[in-house]
Design a protein around this ligand. Structure first.
Ligand SMILES: [Zn+2]
Length: 343
């Protein structure tokens, strides 16, 4: 069963809530965020359970070829979801609402144009997002049915809507719910988190038309506030260097460091680094070949809630050979990438 998923892991929230270098009001924002996240996690467990039952009872949803309806709600700094519907988000004078609408629309286009997928469920499901969730709320999340974005405390984090990778990360949790259905714990939890970072980063690169060399491979660089930067943090995570000191939420870099019950935001460093190494070796633009291989396993493998990292790595190797039979260098690049991270 998958839990409520946010972009900032709870250990980072708790660490900042106790950080003496951070002013009281900012620490309070982190305490409140951690409390809210705990409550939301309980709620998400139920939603995920129902979705999994519905998919198994009814089979795949009916195919809808129309692009998804995209709606934005305004929580006005409250915590009841979804909040008040915004009638014309595309022309809103509120930059948060307008950006959430525009970026969500682009993420839907990305999945359609690059991977031929219509929305999260592959059947055009409506995409619902809430802006201005909570007061100084330091997170963004997918709760099993919708996305929500906090405004941040303004010191460590700015508005979470600013991150293309943050928005695509949350939406990709929705895709996982309809594809691999990875449980949010142990190895499958790390894979679940990694899928969101991989597709979040790819979306950011696609929107900027960057090659694997141009890309910064950082997750959350655009939501870091001035105090975070002063403290030397340039991002939440770095797919190219998951354990670097400039990461607010550093991760392991090899499967040899993995232990059971590790936070999925930490263990996801292993498949994140494998994707980065594979993409760099294959070259070009990440979504053209390497991304197609990852998507093939993501979307076509079928439900596998307790998938291990080694099973995933082998599925990627098989897919590389099947998708690019005439180019053995692609298979060799992904094979070597997994070996480098201990899989
Ligand atoms: Zn996540």
């Amino acid at each position: 069963m998958c839990r409520y998923c946010m972009i900032v892991p709870s250990d980072v929230l708790l660490r900042l809530a106790r950080d003496e270098d951070v002013e009281n009001h900012t620490r309070e924002a982190f305490r409140t965020t951690a409390q809210l996240d705990h409550q939301m996690r309980l709620l998400r467990d139920q939603t995920q359970h129902f979705t999994m039952q519905a998919v198994s009872l009814l089979g795949l949803p009916l195919i809808n070829t129309k692009p998804p309806a995209i709606t934005v709600y305004d929580c006005n700094n409250g915590t009841s979801l979804p909040g008040a519907a915004v009638s014309k988000p595309a022309s809103s004078t509120d930059v948060t609402i307008k950006t959430i609408f525009e970026t969500t629309t682009k993420v839907a286009e990305f999945f359609k144009e690059v991977f031929g997928r219509n929305s999260l469920d592959g059947a055009g499901m409506a995409l619902q997002s809430s802006a201005h969730y909570g007061l100084n709320y330091n997170n963004a999340f997918w709760n099993g049915t919708q996305m929500a974005y906090g405004d941040g405390d303004g010191e460590i984090f700015t508005g979470f809507y600013r991150g293309d990778d943050v928005i695509a990360h949350e939406l990709t949790h929705g895709v996982t719910q309809y594809t691999l259905q990875l449980e949010y714990q142990n190895e499958s939890g790390g894979l679940n988190e990694s899928m969101s970072d991989v597709f979040g980063s790819m979306f950011k690169q696609w929107r900027r038309n960057q090659t694997v060399v141009d890309a910064d491979w950082l997750i959350g660089a655009d939501i870091m506030g001035s105090l975070a930067k002063e403290k030397g943090y340039t991002c939440l995570r770095d797919m190219a260097a998951p354990d670097a000191a400039h990461c607010l939420a550093p991760q392991i870099t090899s499967f040899r460091q993995y232990v059971n019950r590790m936070d999925p935001h930490n263990s996801s460093g292993v498949p994140n680094l494998a994707f980065y190494l594979a993409a760099k070796a294959v070259g070009g633009k990440s979504w053209e070949k390497t991304g197609q291989i990852w998507y093939d396993v993501f979307a076509n493998h079928g439900s596998d809630p307790t998938m291990t990292m080694s099973a995933f790595a082998n599925a990627i190797r098989d897919s590389a050979g099947a998708l690019y039979p005439g180019d053995v260098s692609v298979h060799d690049a992904v094979d070597e990438a997994w070996r480098e991270v201990g899989l």
